[in-house]
Design a binder for this molecule. Structure first.
Ligand SMILES: [Zn+2]
Length: 195
């Protein structure tokens, strides 16, 4: 895997926190959405859409230190298009989501899980993002957030009529002039067979 895109150096942080503003490059968004092909965390197949991304997004966060943990609050903004579920025209998706996470050193998460079995939920279930060494890497969080924003059935508009019947079916009774030129060879074949 290449270098991470959204990295916060932990040693620079204090309890008061620091503001970070990362551009989310269009190419990165495109790659993240395309890479979503595979299985989700419950083993269900995810089919990657073919995204069109024209603009960079922006990740705006404030990160602060709380003991060994890092608290991150902010927002993610991005836009992309994926094929409409009914007509395949571009369906616009606007992402404007709050980001809020608690990051703990990976060792601490593992330790608390094995030692405290009587806890009602583990840290992992409470949505703690692991912190590796001296850096807080937000790539996975941003990627997950983008993928989550893809609707089950993306629509170009609420009242999308879906794919209209091919032009030949609509016009065959009124004449052959309106036939899609690409279908003309087929039509002449049909006429020849009749004759
Ligand atoms: Zn549509």
């Amino acid at each position: 895997m290449s270098l991470h895109e959204f990295v916060i150096p932990v040693h620079d942080l204090d309890a008061a926190g620091k503001q970070f503003r990362f551009p989310v490059p269009a190419a990165w968004i495109r790659a993240s959405l395309s890479d979503s092909n595979g299985l989700d965390d419950k083993g269900r197949a995810i089919e990657a859409p073919t995204p069109t991304v024209e603009n960079d997004g922006v990740l705006d966060v404030r990160a602060s230190k709380s003991g060994n943990d890092v608290v991150v609050h902010g927002s993610l903004k991005a836009e992309f298009s994926i094929p409409c579920g009914r007509c395949l025209k571009p369906a616009h998706v606007v992402v404007n989501e709050p980001i809020s996470l608690l990051m703990s050193p990976r060792e601490a998460i593992r330790g608390s899980k094995s030692e405290k079995d009587d806890y009602e939920f583990s840290l992992e279930e409470a949505d703690v993002t692991p912190l590796d060494g001296d850096t807080a890497v937000l790539d996975d969080v941003v990627r997950d957030e983008l993928v989550l924003q893809i609707p089950m059935i993306p629509l170009c508009s609420e009242d999308c009529p879906g794919i209209l019947p091919p032009a030949t079916e609509l016009t065959s009774k009124s004449g052959e002039k309106a036939v899609d030129p690409r279908l003309l060879p087929l039509l002449s074949l049909k006429t020849n067979i009749k004759e």
